[in-house]
Design a protein. Structure first.
Length: 275
């Protein structure tokens, strides 16, 4: 049996690029990462956080240590230098500290989302109902935390978190998307929000809305060009109803209302109503 195991392990090694296989032990654990962010989400929901505290609340320090390990693994895996280098460890420590310090601000954004859901849905009997029951609140809470790390160059962990939220809620929000306060996704199933989307304050989306890319420019080798703005900008106070698709680097102007089942690839002026 040991000979068979050794042979199988050796065959598996050959299926990977050698450099990849040597660094694979530094890949962050999806299972551990999901557990950490679920606990962080519950922490945000249950305990008021204050900026400028000298000591972390009980339980948060342990989560911070666990998160730092996963961030270090993510940085080491993507590092072009020696894996597990001191620079990755130092960066992971600083990013984790910044993330913990940002949690009060993230919590304030989440509270604004919860209030928007409560005020925007006549079926909600109290703010606690969207907090605990609405898939949109869950997906956006996890995305807000993931977005902070994504903006600081951590790549694998944010995608793990938002893809977990996607599988849990049916709502697919890339961690790169920038989302303002009081964001409400009603019902939510099938919503897709792309990486370079910029969403303002007090925006409301219904189920099946896609904020996507119209096309993918290719480089001379035929590969998609990375790092360009290719998704919509949704300004403040916009409502987009069910199954509408908005594509490309266009702008939906402030205060506009977009009806259901629309296909939009051009700018929409402010305060426009498309029925």
């Amino acid at each position: 049996m040991s000979d068979l195991f050794s042979k199988t392990a050796e065959e598996l090694k050959q299926t990977f690029d050698k450099k990849f296989f040597q660094r694979a032990k530094f890949i962050p654990s999806a299972k551990k990462t999901i557990a950490i962010f679920c606990a962080l989400k519950d922490f945000i929901y249950q305990y008021p956080l204050e900026s400028g505290r000298e000591t972390l609340p009980v339980g948060l320090e342990s989560l911070a240590c666990r998160l730092e390990e996963q961030i270090k693994n993510s940085l080491c895996f993507l590092c072009q230098e020696k894996a597990d280098c001191a620079r990755c460890e130092q960066n992971a420590r600083q990013i984790t500290q910044d993330f913990i310090l940002a949690l009060p601000q993230i919590q304030r954004l989440v509270i604004s989302d919860v209030n928007a859901a409560y005020e925007g849905d006549p079926a909600a009997i109290s703010p606690v109902e969207p907090l605990l029951c609405y898939p949109g609140v869950t997906a956006v809470t996890l995305q807000r935390m993931a977005h902070f790390l994504h903006a600081r160059g951590v790549r694998l962990i944010p995608r793990i978190v938002t893809e977990y939220a996607h599988s849990l809620t049916g709502i697919d929000i890339h961690p790169g998307a920038s989302i303002g306060p009081a964001f409400f996704i009603d019902h939510g199933t099938g919503v897709v929000i792309g990486e370079t989307c910029v969403i303002g304050a007090n925006v409301k989306l219904y189920q099946g809305v896609t904020l996507g890319a119209k096309s993918f420019p290719l480089d001379p080798n035929g590969n998609p060009v990375k790092g360009i703005k290719r998704h919509p900008n949704i300004e403040d106070d916009v409502i987009i109803y069910a199954e509408t698709t908005v594509l490309g680097n266009i702008t939906i102007g402030r205060g506009s209302v977009i009806g259901a089942n629309k296909w939009i690839t051009q700018d929409v002026p402010p305060h426009t109503k498309l029925n």
